[in-house]
Ligand binder design. Structure first.
Ligand SMILES: Cc1cc2nc3c(=O)[nH]c(=O)nc-3n(C[C@H](O)[C@H](O)[C@H](O)COP(=O)(O)O)c2cc1C
Length: 356
């Protein structure tokens, strides 16, 4: 193994340990500022509430999407197996963690291939960093998709984390062009995902222009990569930098308001319950991604993941029922109240688009 390969793999192992054992969330997602309007006479039956959705031409039993987390080292094998088994059992989508380590060292591929083995029919998303895409081109993208026989490819943008890490990629030039080249004739849909700092409407416009099929807004308010890097090297000068930028970014609810309605959107970042999922759907999300809430259960057992997902699904169904929405589609018509800082930020977006 070359030094660079070893560092990708061991950094990924550090990330898992830190995310599972420390306080890695920062900022606010905005979900606590959102309320759904109660329907006193829902005129539907709770057991008949249908959480099924269509996304990029695939039918999924729930909008809950297992967001990219891991792969690329031995410890990831049981975690990915447990997550994938749940994706298969519940008919939901799942993204794998960055496949960079396995693209650098094919010996690490089994920490990813285990996902397709455990989930032969699930909607799976491959994962590659936008910098790796720019530097290695379409060949890495194709290999990432082939490795897990994926239905879509997530390209992640994490320039907040890169800027904090001393060894990070500090040159973001050429990424949009690389994305546009990829999207031109790639065989599966390409999803651009942020990883905790959100997507603005301006960035979304450029992404649709580049030809992406969906955007995962990955907003502020959940796992903070600035904070993770701070914990990873507490003595380094980057720790202070990381803490300074721990709540940098666009809160998930605000980002959702910026991007919803412009194309297929996954709302990720601080989604912590089925109720948050219902709120995101009412605000226009197509899918709702969760990473951190599923990490501890996945480190325990497949059964623990299943229990967690069942809990979230039940919460979602109750929220839909009490909103008078039997289907996810009708959740879109449910009225919301938005208060506090989230409201102020959203009103400002409205003012800008009204030209005032
Ligand atoms: C342990 C861990 C590892 C992650 N690794 C990746 C990764 O390799 N690639 C990626 O695109 N996102 C990665 N993410 C980011 C998540 O997909 C997600 O965007 C982010 O954590 C926000 O969701 P959350 O608040 O539910 O955790 C990771 C998240 C966690 C918790």
């Amino acid at each position: 193994m070359m030094e660079e390969e070893m560092s990708t793999s061991s950094r990924k192992r550090d990330h898992l340990r830190i995310c599972a054992g420390s306080r890695v969330e920062a900022g606010f997602s905005g979900f606590s500022d959102v309320r759904l309007v109660h329907a006193a006479l829902p005129e539907c039956s709770l057991p008949e509430v249908d959480t099924g959705v269509r996304f990029l031409g695939h039918h999924l039993a729930s909008p809950l999407f297992i967001a990219a987390m891991t792969g690329g080292h031995r410890d990831a094998i049981p975690i990915n197996r447990n997550l994938a088994a749940a994706a298969e059992r519940f008919g939901i989508g799942m993204g794998v963690g960055s496949q960079r380590a396995a693209l650098e060292d094919p010996d690490l591929e089994d920490s990813f291939t285990v996902v397709r083995e455990a989930a032969p029919r699930a909607f799976l998303c491959a994962n590659l960093g936008v910098v790796q895409l720019r530097d290695h081109g379409i060949e890495w993208a194709e290999r990432a998709v082939e490795m897990i026989d994926a239905q879509a490819l997530c390209i992640h943008a994490n320039f907040l984390q890169e800027a904090i890490m001393p060894e990070g990629d500090h040159d973001a030039r050429g990424c949009l062009g690389a994305l546009a080249t990829l999207c031109r004739d790639f065989p599966v849909p390409v999803i651009l995902k942020e990883t905790g700092a959100g997507i603005s409407r301006e960035t979304a416009r450029r992404l649709w222009g580049a030809g992406v099929s969906a955007i995962d807004i990955g907003g502020l308010g959940g796992t903070s990569w600035a904070r993770v890097e701070c914990i990873r090297s507490p003595e380094s000068p980057s720790a202070r930098l990381g803490e300074r930028f721990a709540d940098w970014g666009i809160p998930t609810v605000v980002s959702l308001r910026e991007v919803a309605g412009t194309g297929p959107v996954i709302a990720t970042g601080g989604v912590r319950s089925g109720l948050d999922m219902a709120k995101a759907l009412a605000l226009g999300a197509d899918l709702c991604g969760m990473a951190l809430p599923l990490l501890a259960p996945a480190m325990k057992s497949g059964e623990a993941v299943a229990e967690r997902i069942e809990g979230f699904t039940k919460e979602l169904a109750v929220a839909m029922f009490l909103s008078g929405a039997r289907t996810v589609k009708s959740m879109r018509n449910v009225r919301t109240w938005i208060t506090g800082t989230t409201r102020q930020m959203i009103e400002r977006i409205q003012e800008i688009s009204d030209g005032s």
